[in-house]
Ligand binder design. Sequence first.
Ligand SMILES: O=C(O)CCC(=O)C(=O)O
Length: 356
Amino acid sequence: MDPQIANKLGTSLLLVPSVHELAKQPMTIVPERYIHPNQDPPSVEFATSHQVPVIDLNKLLSEDENELEKFDLACKEWGFFQLINHGINPSTLEKVKISVEEFFSLPMKEKKKFWQNQGDLEGYGQNFVVSEEQKLEWADLFYIFTLPSYVRNPHLFPCIPQPFREAVESYSLELEKLCMTIIKLMAKTLKIKPNELLELFEDVSQAMRMNCYPPCPQPEHVIGLNPHSDAGALTILLQVNDTEGLEIRKDGMWVPIKPFSNAFVINIGDILEILTNGIYRSIEHRATINSEKQRISIATFHGPQMNKIIGPTPSLVTPDRPALFKRIGVADYYKGYFSRELNGKSYLDVVRIQNA
Ligand SMILES: O=C(O)CCC(=O)C(=O)O
C-alpha cells in the first residue's frame, strides 16, 4: 500500500481550538458553538434491564458452545460487547493508560508539537469538522495510524515522547493479535471459510484515537462525540479512567455502558457489516460528558488494507439473502466517511443497494 493513502483520508478538515484548554477557564455557560440542543437523554430504566453482553475470550477459545452462541448473538443483535479474559497483559494496559493520561495533561506548548495540519486526520485536535457553522464536540483527540508500521507518519510517530511511544507500540501489536483472533472466531460462528475474511486482514490497518473529554458545567447541552457508527471492521475500546460516558443506541434508546475494569468494549464497524452482508451490524454510539470529571478513552480501529476492495462475502450471499451492499475500495469508503460530519449510521447508505 502507498503509505500516503492513509495520511490523505481526511482532506476537508478545519482546525478548531483545544477544548482541554477552553475547559480550564472559569465558565458557567459554554460557548454557543458547543451547544447541541434537543439531544435524546439516556434511558437509565432500559439500561437497568439491558446491558451489553459480556463475552469471555477464554471460553470462546476452548470452544464453549454456549459462549460461541452468546458471541454470535452479541454481534447480530448488539454490535457491541465487553470482552473479559482477553489475555492481554495488565501491565501493557496500565502502561498505555498512564502514558495517555500523562500526554493529555502535558502543557499546551508540548501538545502543540502534535497539532494537526489543516486537512490532516492525524495529530492532536479534532476530526469531522467540515464547516465553520458546524457545532463542535466537547473533546480533544490524538489520532495516529499505527499499523502496518510503514504507514506511520514519519513527522509524527517518531516524535511521540517515550515511554508513551513504546507503550503505544506494544499495545498496538497486542490489539492486532486480538483483532485477528476475534475475526477468526467470527468466521467460525458465521460458518464461512476463515480465509474468506482473513485474507482481507493480512497486514491489518490499525489507527488509534485517544479521546479526552474534559468536564463541562452544562453536560446535557454538549456532546463529547456525535452519534455515529465506526467506519472500520472492529473497534477495541479501552476506558482509561473510571468516568463513564459511552452510550449505544439499542432499540431506539440510548443505553449507558458500564465498562468493567480492564475489559475491552468491542464494536462492529460498517466494513464488517458490509463484509457479513448485514448479519453482524455496526451500531450507533456517542460519548457524553461529565459535569465534574474528565474522561479518557482509547479507541483502536481495525480494518482491511486500504488497497482492498470490499463487498459482501460470497458465501453470505444467497437467494434468500441477496447482497445488501455494493462493492467499494476501502480507501474510498474511509475518504467519504472522514469528509462529512458524523451523523449516525447514515454514511453506510452510500453503499447500500436500494430495494435489496
Ligand atoms: O470514548 C468513547 O467511549 C467512544 C469513542 C468512540 O466511539 C470513537 O473514538 O470512535
